[in-house]
Design a protein around this ligand. Structure first.
Ligand SMILES: [Zn+2]
Length: 163
């Protein structure tokens, strides 16, 4: 039956969940996997050597979660944020979103960096508009994006990434 046919996922196609069309403002997390060492030119922060591993980027999208997350899911040629350069060399494995107008990025980054094995590899990454230590956290192992029930997590089918 045609109406029971579900979209086939694969080759980085997006999971068709409502988050991609959400217009709500909010805070989001990107779970990124870097398979091999990479040197990335991160704007004013310069060329930075990233170790393989798992990274979580904490961002806010006051103009709408869906549009921003869709942007991060694509390859962006014109880099605007620090994260755009890191996205070029990583797989986006999952995203999480928490609707709301509060500015939570710095507190969430603090919370994540307190997890075992976490570190902030690049001081002030993604933190041009605040005074915190940075919105990028690195982990040796995959870590859970679900911070609490306010967050919805969407896993992506991304070619070659370990699930
Ligand atoms: Zn901050």
């Amino acid at each position: 039956m045609a109406d029971s046919v579900r979209p086939q996922l694969g080759n980085g196609e997006l999971n068709p969940t409502p988050i991609w069309t959400s217009r709500a403002p909010g805070t989001y997390l990107l779970l990124l996997w870097l398979i091999q060492p990479a040197s990335v030119d991160v704007g004013r922060l310069g060329a930075i050597a990233f170790r393989p591993g798992w990274y979580i980027y904490v961002g806010s999208a006051l103009g709408g979660l869906g549009q921003r997350l869709s942007r991060h899911a694509r390859s962006i040629k014109r880099h605007h944020w620090h994260i755009d350069a890191l996205r070029d060399v990583t797989s986006l494995v999952a995203v999480a979103a928490r609707p709301g107008r509060e500015r939570l990025e710095c507190a969430i980054a603090d919370q994540l960096s307190a997890r075992p094995g976490a570190c902030r590899p690049v001081r002030r990454f993604g933190a041009s508009d605040c005074r915190c230590a940075g919105h990028l956290i690195r982990f040796d192992r995959r870590t859970d994006l679900k911070l609490d029930d306010d967050w919805s997590v969407t896993a992506l089918v991304s070619h070659g990434s370990p699930m």
